[in-house]
Design a protein around this ligand. Structure first.
Ligand code: 3DD
Length: 423
């Protein structure tokens, strides 16, 4: 691994920049909402003077967000939020465009935090996070920076949970906007994005036939539901496991079989975890799995599959395909782990498609704008974006797809407020 370093960037290989530029162009052509925001603010530059430290998967879609933030006047420094999710060609293109970027595929955990620290060197005024590792790093090792940080944003469910827990204990020292909680993020990215990108990762790593296979989804939240929907569409027999009765009931009513993982483990062919919880798959499950079972995770952290216990049970291990390791058990059964248990959609594929990240990142852009405008008056807690923003983002999306919708007439608007109009 050779990394090219300069005081303002560290990437795997700057010679990949041309390939990265083509990937970014591809994404830009499928992200009309972000491009409309870039057009709207490129002259007035409302983020002028803001220094944004970002810690979010370095993909072709993230590059479009970075370029849009820069076009609106912000200075940007960036690191990846997972050691295996950086697209090195995109990182090279961003470095060539002068972005302070510290990210490369296959980082060690030490590299990961070294990269975050480099983005903090430029003393950000805003932080933009996916999984809250950046915000937590500021709180734990760079508390002095909180003098200059106005606020931050958080992309993902797990990160928002983590920040709410910090805020509940009074430990969150600056305001954060939960981008994940915007409807045009969670109800689209988490469902349709995760559903398609997770299957993309599984198929790139294994090329297994999904039709007819027992496909076990650990967790039937928005992400798990998306994975179940897409696996069902591919002809798999989908089984969901849950700890929350309402989520399990929703799976049941959507025609998905629900089992405890202890039972599903014995009949599953493909397993994907999407819970945000640790040890969803562990020793007692590996011991009963079928020969050839494929395991992967699409949750933010790599704690959902207990890899230590899988290693202990295995008598041998070898890499048989890119992002696919074969663990052989003492009785000869082979179990396949994808992407080292890290999020399979980004580590073995390209993450969610541009079209859906367009809306997630439009919310990130608006979160930065809101913090720049009023961050100093927000309390040190977790905040949400105005609901009207969802309708605006969805409206631009519909328009870009040439889809027209109805409008309420003045009489209908009046009817909405007419509480006396009963039966
Ligand atoms: N995530 C998924 N696909 C992504 C992509 N193409 N670019 C950047 C990030 C991407 C992860 C997060 O945006 C979000 O889906 C989450 O909740 O983690």
């Amino acid at each position: 691994m050779t990394t090219t370093t300069d005081s303002t960037y560290k990437v795997a290989d700057t010679s990949l920049a041309d390939e990265g530029r083509l990937l970014i162009e591809w994404a830009e052509s499928r992200m009309p909402v972000l491009m409309a925001l870039r057009e709207r603010f490129k002259e007035t530059k409302p983020l002028q003077g803001q220094r944004i430290a970002g810690c979010l998967h370095v993909t072709k879609e993230t590059a479009v967000l970075i370029k849009t933030l820069a076009a609106a006047g912000a200075e940007v420094a960036w690191s990846g939020c997972n050691p295996l999710s950086t697209n090195d060609a995109v990182a090279a293109a961003l470095a060539e465009e002068g972005v302070r970027i510290f990210a490369w595929y296959g980082q060690s955990v030490e590299d990961f935090y070294w990269s975050i620290d480099r983005t903090l060197d430029f003393k950000p005024t805003l932080t933009l996070d996916d999984g809250a590792d950046l915000i937590f790093r500021v709180h734990s090792t760079h508390p002095d920076l909180m003098q200059t940080i106005i606020g931050g944003s958080e992309e993902t469910t797990t990160g928002v949970h983590r920040l709410r827990a910090m805020a509940d204990e009074g430990k969150l020292k600056y305001p954060v906007i939960a981008v994940n909680d915007a409807e045009t993020k969670w109800d689209f990215d988490n469902v349709y994005g995760t559903g398609q990108s997770s299957l993309d990762g599984i198929l790139r790593a294994t090329s297994v036939l999904l039709a007819g296979k027992n496909f076990v989804v650990g967790g039937y939240g928005h992400c798990g539901r998306g994975c179940a929907m897409r696996a069902k569409g591919a002809g798999a027999n989908v089984i969901a496991t849950e700890v929350k009765p309402t989520a399990a009931l929703k799976a049941t009513l959507e025609g998905i079989r629900v089992l405890p993982m202890d039972e599903a483990a014995a009949i599953g062919d493909v397993f994907i975890t999407a819970t945000g919880m640790k040890d969803v798959l562990c020793k007692r499950h590996f011991e009963v799995m079928r020969d050839g079972a494929v395991l992967c995770n699409t949750g933010h952290y790599d704690c959902e599959i207990n890899i230590g216990e899988l290693e202990q049970l295995a008598v041998s291990k070898r890499t048989v395909r890119d992002n696919c390791e074969e663990y052989t058990m003492a009785d000869g059964r082979r179990i396949y782990l994808l992407a080292q248990g890290r999020l399979v959609n980004l580590a073995a594929a390209e993450g969610h498609p541009s079209e859906v990240m367009d809306m997630s990142f439009a919310n990130q852009f608006q979160a930065m704008m809101m913090l720049a405008r009023e961050g100093k008056s927000l309390s040190n807690g977790v905040h949400v974006l105005p609901e009207a923003l969802d309708q605006e983002i969805a409206g631009i999306k519909l328009e870009s797809n040439g889809i027209k919708i109805d409008q309420l007439t003045p009489e209908q608007e009046a009817y909405l407020r007419d509480y006396a109009a009963g039966t």
